[in-house]
Write a protein that binds this ligand. Structure first.
Ligand SMILES: [Ca+2]
Length: 569
């Protein structure tokens, strides 16, 4: 629960995804698309056969609160060889976006809709009494598990759910929006997004039942172990079926909890301080071609490292060391999961997608033992705060929950040996987390339905990324955001963005200035009006209105409780 600070005070076409047949037509001429996935050709338009060979397994890997430049292949100094290896043997996107916060991004990821369209405009902590803000995943969006399961896929989830109202998280539920009730055959993980303790996570659940952590428990490892078990059992129990795995880590979301051996490796790294680390990331991003040379490093809004009193530095250094250790541990887990796929002969035809649900989080969280020694252990409950979050989000401005690039930009790495030829050149067209579900359904040869389980389903907002996997276009007309009154629309090279309820629109040319430094709103008033009207049209049709000008505590006090399972028409 992001509840320890009041964020408001912090300044502290709907268009159906491209069909399989159209994708193949658009990919004609691409040897990889035609030779790499021959079964897709024969299956195009055919009746669904759950055991049809060649339909890929799908593994969605989600990091939590990880910034744009944390992993080493995106400029970071954090050792992430396993994620990097997926990138080097696959493809990567440099202008991919999430929905700025945990549960909104997860709602979009699983349904292919904008968060408000399925009740997740804000958080699961409160039902604000409007359809876009119930805090409980609505039934007019079907989850990937609900769609892939009936089509023959086995569906497994390990990790953080965060899609049911907080008052449904207890052992007695109501469970209508728990993973097994939203299409997953097996689930191990936590229901809450409530700042999960890594040594004794709240709401730890297997299937529909609460479970206790075992000896020497560390949640990131447990999430990885559980997915490895699912993959191994799948190979022996369902050898002729594909699977969908949702590997949803809580790392590196606060609290700062990590294993001592991992933390130790990073102390000396971060003694360099945040200015030097950020500059080094910016330099590596430019050298690797992930950033355009025209994009300046955004100015920071806090003191330089040299101004930090020496006696405070060990605590600040260790905060970032624990954060890095959390990512290193996740990377090691991803490596073990990939190894399980390889050893069971399933790696080549598994479509793996890796991304983060939002940018680095600036919230100051502090509970428990505040000593340097306790930091990283179960005695302490801390966050890494704005300065290091700014480093995580290098070279961008702002943080988790905002919709400037620092809040919403994520690496997207895609690995699928049977379907994608490795490519060093990044995909730099803008894509959005609404596209992931469309992509998975396209790869699995499933159309997004108009009804599911008796409920009418809102048409998908996402577009399949499959054409882009092999050099084609994603082709969005425009992309939209709203979270806690922060608003944005991106159309081609232009981005219109504002902060806060009474904020003022800023306009950026993202080709020349992706770091959002040079506001061009005053120079292009007509474009500002036009794009603001586009945003308003989207907000009107997507349950974004009414906007709520209330801080955290007031929003919690507004809670109308879980909306319950709606009646079928
Ligand atoms: Ca998150």
């Amino acid at each position: 629960m992001d509840n320890s600070t009041n964020w408001q005070d912090h300044d502290s076409r709907v268009e159906q995804p491209m069909s399989r047949r159209n994708f193949l037509a658009s990919a004609a001429g691409s040897a990889v698309a035609l030779t790499g996935v021959p079964s897709l050709l024969t299956a195009a338009g055919a009746a669904m056969d759950p055991t049809a060979p060649g339909r890929p397994n799908i593994l969605l890997v989600l990091a939590d609160d990880m910034g744009f430049s944390d992993i080493s292949s995106f400029g970071g100094e954090i050792n992430t060889p396993n994620i990097d290896s997926l990138m080097h043997r696959g493809i990567h996107f440099t202008q991919f976006y999430n929905a700025a916060r945990c549960c909104p991004s997860r709602a979009s990821l699983l349904t292919g809709l904008y968060p408000h369209q399925v009740g997740m405009g804000w958080l699961t902590n409160s039902n604000l009494g409007a359809p876009g803000y119930t805090g409980d995943l609505a039934r007019n969006g079907a989850t990937l598990a609900e769609l892939l399961g009936p089509a023959g896929y086995r569906t497994y989830m390990s990790g953080k759910w965060h899609l049911t109202h907080v008052k449904c998280e207890g052992p007695e539920g109501p469970k209508y929006n728990w993973p097994l009730q939203r299409g997953f055959h097996q689930f191990y993980g936590t229901l809450t997004g409530n700042g999960g303790d890594y040594f004794d996570p709240h709401t730890l659940t297997r299937g529909n039942e609460p479970v206790k952590p075992g000896k020497d428990f560390y949640y990131t490892d447990a999430i990885s172990d559980s997915m490895i078990d699912f993959i191994q059992d799948h190979k022996s129990d369902h050898p002729n079926r594909p699977f969908f795995g949702y590997l949803s880590y809580t790392a590196p979301h606060w609290p700062l909890h990590a294993l001592e051996d991992d933390i130790k490796k990073y102390i000396s790294v971060y003694e360099a301080g945040w200015d030097e680390i950020r500059s080094a990331r910016y330099r590596r991003l430019q050298e690797s071609g992930l950033l355009d040379d025209r994009w300046d490093l955004s100015p920071k809004d806090f003191p330089s490292w040299a101004e930090v009193p020496d006696e405070t530095k060990p605590l600040l250094v260790k905060r970032m060391a624990v954060y890095a250790a959390q990512i290193a541990s996740m990377d090691r887990g991803i490596g073990r999961v990939v190894d399980a796929l390889r050893k069971t002969g399933q790696l080549d035809n598994t479509l793996i997608l890796f991304l983060s649900d939002n940018g680095g989080a600036s919230n100051p969280i502090s509970r428990g033992d505040k000593s340097v020694d306790a930091l990283g252990t179960a005695k302490s409950f801390e966050s890494y705060r704005r300065e290091w979050a700014n480093v995580s989000n290098t070279p961008f401005r702002m943080y988790k929950h905002f919709v400037h690039e620092g809040g919403i930009a994520t690496p997207l790495i895609v690995h699928w040996p049977a379907g994608i030829a490795p490519r060093k050149q990044a995909v730099s067209e803008a894509g959005h987390i609404i596209d992931i579900a469309a992509t998975c359904l396209d790869a699995a040869q499933i159309d997004y339905p108009s009804t599911y389980d008796g409920y009418a389903i809102t048409p998908s907002e996402g577009r399949s990324l499959l054409p882009a996997f092999n050099g084609g276009k994603i082709g969005h007309d425009a992309l939209y955001w709203e979270h806690s009154n922060n608003r944005a629309v991106r159309q081609g090279k232009w981005k219109l963005v504002l902060r806060k309820y009474n904020g003022k629109w800023e306009l950026y040319d993202m080709e020349a200035d992706r770091t959002e430094i040079h506001d061009l709103a005053a120079m292009h008033p007509d474009r500002v009006s036009r794009m603001a009207a586009m945003w308003d049209d989207w907000a009107t049709r997507s349950q974004v209105y009414p906007l709520c000008n209330a801080g955290w505590n007031e929003r919690i006090s507004m809670d109308k409780g879980p909306p319950g399972l709606p009646q079928r028409p």
